[in-house]
Design a binder for this molecule. Sequence first.
Ligand SMILES: C[S@@+](CC[C@H](N)C(=O)[O-])C[C@H]1O[C@@H](n2cnc3c(N)ncnc32)[C@H](O)[C@@H]1O
Length: 363
Amino acid sequence: MKAELKTETKQSRFFGLPKNVKQDPAPRLISLFSGCGGLDLGFRQAGFESVWANDFDSDAQAVYSLNLGDIDKRDIKTVRENEIPDGEVLTAGFPCQPFSNAGNRKCVHDARGLLYKECLRIIKSKMVQVIVFENVRGILSTKYTDGRNLTTVIKEYLSKIVSIGYNVVCQLVNSVDYGVPQNRHRVFFVGVGKDLDKRYKFPEKKDKNNLTLKTILKVSQNALNHVHWNLAPQAREMLRHIPQGGSWKDVPYETLAPRFKKIRDNMRKYHSPNLYRRFSLDEISGTITASAQPENCGIVHPTEDRRYTIREIARIQTFPDEFKFITDSTREITAMYKVIGNAVPVTLAKVIAMSIMKQVFQQ
Ligand SMILES: C[S@@+](CC[C@H](N)C(=O)[O-])C[C@H]1O[C@@H](n2cnc3c(N)ncnc32)[C@H](O)[C@@H]1O
């Protein structure tokens, strides 16, 4: 289980560590389902050294390599364990669609729901000291084929995996409790090799100062990637009626499109959806999602009748302003909303990574 820490550190390009947090030797990070690198950047900021990252989505790969260096581009199912370098920590935000409320809930019957087994296969071979899994809240109510909760099944697998196994703690966290200007609930599993005789403790919650949209949306006009994806004319028309802090409920019935009238006519049947949520400057943002649709997330600016720009959602997801996204003609702008919406907020990743560093690697 105990992999020796390497004595040399090789930090990659732009987003290495400030010198003062550099741990020597740095624990090495194996990152699966890396996306555009939100989780990886947070771990680097906390002093870990990335040794391998993987994602099969070309948009995620392009952003990752632009900012963070090499990424293996294969489907994880085709990667053999001996092709992955050794490391002390393995992270995996395995795909969330099967568990998300926005998608279907077929979960473990859906092939994507089985991708956590790829993580187990690699953990078994690499015998890392710490594992971190991240997923959407829906995983908590997802059942395995035999009726048990999927989280219980994953914890049991990890507890018994390899000869020693992991002490696993699983917790629902809200990013806003850790300095992120966004209410975003996600489930984290953190497992520490049983031979280290430790049980991970999630960090104390922080205060919520300076997290409202008023502070976050102060972006200079010439900031990088400060461009937005245009709304459809019908959506813009609806926004004219929606004040800060409002939603589609503020739109007069007679101006609604037929599909919205149908919902308004039978709100109980449709569970009173809060479509077109428009947060006010004095509120904290709701969850930034990959689809960036005003119907299902607060993606519109409080005072301007448009979607947030790429830089604005990057800020809400706590990417530094120097982190580059691709907003030229080589990629669809929708792809950038997708990779940012899929990411773990960098600051949340950093807080969790720092606590792992302290509890496991600095004692
Ligand atoms: C929720 S996102 C991860 C975001 C990442 N943790 C971050 O912080 O930016 C899940 C990622 O898994 C990738 N993925 C899904 N199935 C995969 C597979 N079979 N092989 C490799 N990557 C896969 C998707 O392309 C997506 O980028």
